[in-house]
Design a protein around this ligand. Structure first.
Ligand SMILES: Cc1cc2nc3c(=O)[nH]c(=O)nc-3n(C[C@H](O)[C@H](O)[C@H](O)COP(=O)(O)OP(=O)(O)OC[C@H]3O[C@@H](n4cnc5c(N)ncnc54)[C@H](O)[C@@H]3O)c2cc1C
Length: 360
């Protein structure tokens, strides 16, 4: 840290107020004086849907590593989630999954677990803990439009408010947590940092999802799933039912090109019937739909290799889907974001020193 920096408050700006952005703020607060989160959309007060996270209508499970990373950054989160109705599913004890090799064996003793809840609830529990820290503020309805600084040092972000006014926000550290829509590659290019390597692998998988009222209380209910079998001579299709809060089932059906599910409510149950096993279709017959069917095709794997760029400017870190977004079938994007935030916090323990951004 420079002498000048040592004697004035350190300030960080986080672009994006979703899971990676909130957890980045949690990672930063012990090490900086203030954090401002810039969010393009509204942030609700409760566990409600919001425009910035359209993928929340699809099933979101939290893996052990992600749940524990969140708990590490925000102690008590797992308990809060469970108290609000999230289910702790021991792996594989409480999983009824039909794989290409047959039914998963349901081991009695579990070393790992999944947390199942609506994405709205998971985000709410995280958000309410982060935002009760007076060092964290949020500017909603505001969009980051470019980075400030040079190719060697980022000094802030230019943001555009809903009324189209632009403001320059200065910061000692900027975190890009704006998700799949991240503009960091273009912003770096404006600063003369080009040749960013990336991988983009799109399987063309589509998701269709719906919420149901479960026919029985969901306490102790397993995760149910039917996986695709790549050896079959037809487009792969799959599906899952997660028990979530308020005795609901969150159901997603997935299909590869040539066999993608549609958003037509009447077609949902019949698509479930095309899976390799009828368990999901049979169960859905007894459940009451609570929502429309929503479809997404935004499932490509995309990774930016920022670590290979030289120079990498001081003062800029990229986190979550902004850095690497995964095919959701793997169910680990939130966990990767959480573990990334833990890694950022660990790098910060020695202070805002030169080289921090590259190491992080
Ligand atoms: C169909 C589907 C199912 C999934 N299932 C799972 C699952 O089971 N388990 C799991 O762990 N993960 C799952 N994921 C992945 C998970 O949704 C993402 O990994 C996770 O949301 C990444 O968090 P993030 O904060 O990086 O980005 P996002 O959650 O996408 O949030 C980005 C935020 O940035 C804001 N923003 C964007 N641009 C700007 C800007 N210029 N200025 C200000 N704000 C901006 C947006 O409004 C938004 O709030 C799934 C994804 C999909 C698509």
């Amino acid at each position: 840290m420079s002498e000048a920096l040592r004697h004035r408050p350190a300030h960080a700006v986080v672009i994006g107020g979703s899971i990676a952005g909130m957890l980045a703020a949690a990672a930063l607060t012990p090490h900086v004086d203030s954090v401002e989160i810039i969010e393009a959309h509204q942030l609700p007060d409760g566990p409600e849907p919001r425009t910035g996270v359209p993928q929340a209508v699809h099933i979101h499970l939290l893996q052990t590593g992600g749940a524990e990373a969140i708990n590490d950054l925000l102690p008590g989160s797992i308990d809060l989630l469970q108290a609000a109705g999230a289910h702790r599913i021991p792996v594989t004890t409480n999983m009824v999954i039909y794989s290409p090799e047959g039914w998963y064996r349901r081991w009695k003793r579990a070393t790992h677990y999944l947390l199942t809840a609506s994405r709205d609830l998971t985000d709410h529990i995280i958000r309410q803990q982060v935002l009760k820290d007076p060092r964290v503020t949020v500017r909603t309805h505001t969009r980051a439009i470019t980075l400030l600084g040079t190719r060697h040092q980022i000094t802030g972000v230019r943001v555009r408010a809903a009324d189209n006014t632009d403001v320059d926000l200065h910061a000692d550290l900027v975190i890009d947590a704006s998700g799949r829509a991240s503009r960091t590659p273009q912003w770096l290019s404006q600063l003369g940092i080009t040749d960013l390597a990336s991988d983009h692998i799109d399987s063309g998988l589509a998701y269709a999802s719906r919420f149901y009222r479960a026919p029985v209380p969901t306490r102790g209910w397993p995760v149910i799933g039917v996986q695709a079998d790549p050896s079959l001579p037809r487009p792969g299709n799959a599906g899952g039912i997660l028990p979530i809060e308020d005795d609901r089932w969150h159901v997603s059906l997935m299909g590869a090109p040539g066999g993608q599910p549609s958003g037509e409510p009447g077609a949902f149950a019949s698509f479930a019937r095309t899976l390799r096993h009828p368990i999901m279709a049979d169960l859905l017959q007894h459940a009451e739909p609570l929502s429309d069917v929503r479809v997404t095709h935004s499932t490509a794997n995309r990774r930016y290799y920022y670590e290979r760029l030289t120079p990498w400017p001081e003062g800029l870190v990229v986190l979550g889907d902004s850095a690497a977004a995964f095919n959701p079938l793997y169910g680990h994007g939130m966990s990767v974001a959480a573990q990334g935030a833990v890694a950022l916090r660990d790098e910060l323990t020695t202070g805002l020193l030169p080289g921090l951004a590259r190491r992080a």
